[in-house]
Design a protein around this ligand. Structure first.
Ligand code: NAD
Ligand code: ZN
Ligand code: ZN
Length: 373
């Protein structure tokens, strides 16, 4: 089968022929229809993080497709069902974290497209207990980004404790951020979207953001303070500086949720202001199987929009570059042969689809360039 493979952290991926996986006990093999490109895949391919992935590695943890075969003992899914193979590929089910609803913290977990091969391939293996069922009517091309970007930000908004009267600042309107702001709005909050590209902020307004700030032109801390400060910040921008700005934009008693995982691993936060202002700093890693099911249900009910552009797996290295340079609307999805129903627009929304948007704070048009830092 065809797969995109990382052999070395300093080399581009190679698209090559590799053996098709066989399902072991409790496993399924999925014929991939669509696989989203999460920024995590770029970190994995570059070996950006303190814990390195296996090599060689087939990345991809937003894989959606049809169960082609099942291994012995599988009772959870059947051949022919459409499933999603998420980052949380496996958890033990028995430890204190698994038993208390925090399977995402399980120390025995296996991460898809990192510790085990993922879905940048025509076929991928998953553990039957941990694949998500994709509901009828949800296109694989939309289910794919929901499988990580969706579940991660849905969980982040949940742990932020967002309430209807809140102002939520979402830093970074990429794959994750464009969904984070929608979940904050589903929770009833008003949203201020922060990015460094005007095109991302245009999209945020089409998706209903009440306010936008271009952090290259305006100081997001000042702008958000003018609005009274943020009750919650969802930090999805791949930049420690954005985390610090998010922290400083919080209201007293506010919560910042750390979500992005920049290669540069440290932020500087002041102790005095954290204590005196009663600030909560929370880390949030993907979401549980239940969170994923809720994300799919919300989407099937028409409550969220997944903005995506299709690419072919052969162009994986160009696609990585586009994401790193901030050139994509929200999410790139490798299409393995799905035909989108006619009338379903990809990319930036039309005005009607986005609904009404209020007057944003001023932003000046500028040319796109590489993301600094
Ligand atoms: P992305 O590239 O699609 O989006 C990042 C966005 O941040 C872009 O729109 C970019 O323009 C913007 N940005 C960059 N610098 C900025 C700055 N200084 N201020 C404001 N905005 C800025 O990436 P993604 O796929 O959405 O992933 C985001 C991060 O989240 C990555 O580091 C990824 O590894 C991490 N991630 C974490 C989890 C988790 O469970 N915690 C899950 C998935 C991804
Ligand atoms: Zn991801
Ligand atoms: Zn466990």
């Amino acid at each position: 089968m065809k797969a995109a493979v990382v052999h070395d952290f300093t080399e581009p991926l190679r698209v090559e022929d590799v053996p098709k996986p066989e399902p072991g006990p409790g496993e399924v093999v999925v014929k991939i229809e669509a696989s989203g490109l999460c920024h995590t895949d770029i970190h994995a391919a570059h070996g950006d993080w303190p814990v390195k992935p296996k090599l060689p590695l087939i990345p991809g943890h937003e894989g959606v497709g049809i169960v082609e075969s099942v291994g012995s003992g599988v009772t959870e899914v059947e051949e022919g069902e459409r499933v999603a193979v998420p980052w949380l590929g496996y958890a033990c089910g028995a430890c204190e974290y698994c038993a208390s609803g925090w399977e995402t913290l399980c120390e025995k977990q296996l991460n898809t497209g990192y510790a085990v091969d993922g879905s940048y391939a025509e076929y991928a293996k998953g553990f039957a207990k941990f694949v998500g069922r994709v509901p009828e009517g949800v296109s694989p091309l939309e289910a794919a980004p929901l499988t990580c970007a969706g579940v991660t930000t849905y969980k982040a908004v949940k742990v932020s404790g967002t309430r209807p009267s809140d102002l939520v600042a979402v830093f970074g309107i990429g794959g994750l951020g464009h969904l984070a702001m929608q979940y904050a709005r589903v929770a009833g909050a008003a949203v201020v979207a922060v990015d460094i590209f005007d095109e991302k902020l245009d999209l945020a307004r089409q998706l209903g953001a009440e306010y936008t700030v271009n952090a290259r032109e305006q100081d997001p801390v000042e702008e958000i303070k003018k609005l009274g400060g943020a009750d919650a910040v969802i930090a999805t921008a791949v930049s420690p500086r954005a985390f610090e700005q998010g922290f400083n934009a919080l209201k007293r008693g506010g919560t910042i949720v750390f979500v992005a995982l920049p290669a540069d691993n440290y932020v500087q936060l002041p102790i005095f202001e954290t204590v005196l202002n009663g600030i909560n700093v929370v880390g949030s890693i993907v979401g549980t199987r239940l969170d994923l099911q809720e994300v799919f249900e919300l989407h099937a009910a028409g409550r969220t929009r997944v903005i995506h552009q299709e690419r072919q797996l052969d162009a994986v290295n160009d696609a990585f570059e586009e994401v790193e340079e901030g050139k994509v609307d929200a999410r790139l999805v490798f299409n393995f042969g799905v035909e989108e129903p006619s009338g379903q627009a990809e990319g930036v929304l039309t005005q009607e689809a986005g609904g009404p948007s209020e007057q944003p704070t001023g932003t000046v048009k500028e040319e796109r360039g590489p993301i600094p830092g």
